[in-house]
Design a protein around this ligand. Sequence first.
Ligand SMILES: [Zn+2]
Length: 179
Amino acid sequence: MAGVLQRDDWRADLASILPDFFARPGREPCVPECGPGWAGVVDRCCVRIAAALEPRESFRFETIGQSQGALRIRWAGRLSAASEAAVRAAVDLAEARSLCVCELCGARGRLYRADGVLATRCPGHAKGIPARSPGMEHVHLVQLTVKGRLRVVVGARYVFESDAFVEIDDLDDLGRGEA
Ligand SMILES: [Zn+2]
């Protein structure tokens, strides 16, 4: 698309700022295998994780890629329970945000299905038809850590503007559309 900044060096930029996050012992460094439109999503995730880590804790990405049209992040680390919960939250938020951002150009987008392939795209890059009904589009299952270790899976709606989840405690809300 005209006017779209195609920056292929965003991966190298991130790795140079946070080399520990991308180094994989005994292997090549992790290189994000997703489109440039998600550079900002990955960057936000890195900022959140860096803020969550305590001294002497470690974190690294195993893989950053795209699956079913969404960002998928695998990671490893030596973390306290609290930091692990914060990292999980950062990753959940990034994966949810990716479903609102065109993987190609970074504009606002949504999940489309074309010939059985799912992809998050802006209207300009979209092929096929929207893959989710409006009421379910940004509903996710996320793990919450309560009182230290116990993990609870809850339904939550991702809100792009605040980059946060809002827990869904009334399942009837699922049927209602969103702005
Ligand atoms: Zn686009």
